[in-house]
Write a protein that binds this ligand. Structure first.
Ligand code: ADP
Length: 248
């Protein structure tokens, strides 16, 4: 799926917490427009890896580049967000007392602390974008419902839609299907696949059925570095992967 070279490039990245190496010589390349799944046992370093990409955690050493021009290690969290890296955390954090469309309107202002300035920006173009995103996330029929009454799955999709309002180039998604029903998982797989046509998507997920249903390339993390990388079948049959999942 290589289109225009890597959008994200991590080289020999390491970080320790109190002497414990959470990330240990991690190498990762995500191509533009790629859909990548990251799996690995608890404590493998998946969250820490996402924290490094978004600037929440500074690595002790290594390189982290966004495209060929942006050195992520010289930027702070808001600067990195402004590059177009959107992160979806595991739990939905939508504004429950607002409608679906109002949540998307608010998300036009990336920094939630300044969302009140949004009203000034709600022009025609913004409304068109909101309609388009509601369509993408499958919530057009719910546009005027309060976010608080949506199902868990719908809240997750809404939050992804809120990230899309910022036109990200790279979307980091943390365990999207945790707590979802089977039909919701199915729709989420479709959504992830569709989104990867528009931007790069990195999904951290435990649910192997889900990973199998969407992944083209799977990266398996263990003890802070890449244990295996390849198609789902390749990694699932890799004896080292079987060992960390069954023996771990
Ligand atoms: P995963 O998301 O794959 O479960 P994490 O990235 O959360 O793994 O954690 C990797 C390891 O680093 C774990 O052993 C965890 O306890 C440790 N760790 C993560 N963040 C911190 C921190 N802020 N302080 C100390 N240890 C941490």
């Amino acid at each position: 799926d290589v289109r225009h070279g890597p959008i994200l490039y991590l080289e020999d990245v390491s970080v320790s917490f109190d002497g414990f190496k959470a990330i240990d010589d991690l190498n990762l390349t995500i191509d533009d427009g790629e859909l990548r799944c990251i799996i690995g046992p608890n404590g493998a370093g998946k969250t820490t890896m996402m924290d490094i990409i978004t600037g929440k955690t500074r690595p002790d050493r290594g390189q982290a580049w966004f495209g060929s021009r942006h050195n992520l290690l010289q930027m702070d969290e808001p600067q990195i967000a402004n590059l177009g890296i959107g992160r979806k955390f595991q739990k939905p954090t939508v504004f429950e007392a607002l409608s679906v469309s109002a949540n998307l309107e608010l998300a036009m202002v990336g920094d939630r602390r300044v969302w009140k300035t949004l009203l000034a920006r709600l022009d025609h173009e913004g409304r068109e974008r909101i309609d388009e995103i509601m369509e993408t996330i499958g919530l057009s029929a719910e546009r005027d419902r309060l976010a608080g009454v949506l199902s868990h799955g719908q809240k997750q999709w809404l939050e992804i839609g809120m990230l899309l309002m910022q036109r990200p180039r790279l979307l980091l998604v943390d365990e999207p299907v945790a707590g979802m029903t089977e039909p919701e998982m199915h729709r989420t797989a479709e959504l992830m696949t569709r989104l990867a046509g528009q931007q790069s998507v990195v999904v951290v997920e435990h649910d192997m059925g889900f990973v199998r249903s969407i992944a083209r390339t799977v990266t398996v993390l263990d003890q802070g570095s890449v244990l295996a990388e390849g198609s789902m079948d390749e990694v699932a049959n890799d004896p080292r992967v079987i060992e960390v999942y069954l023996g771990g």
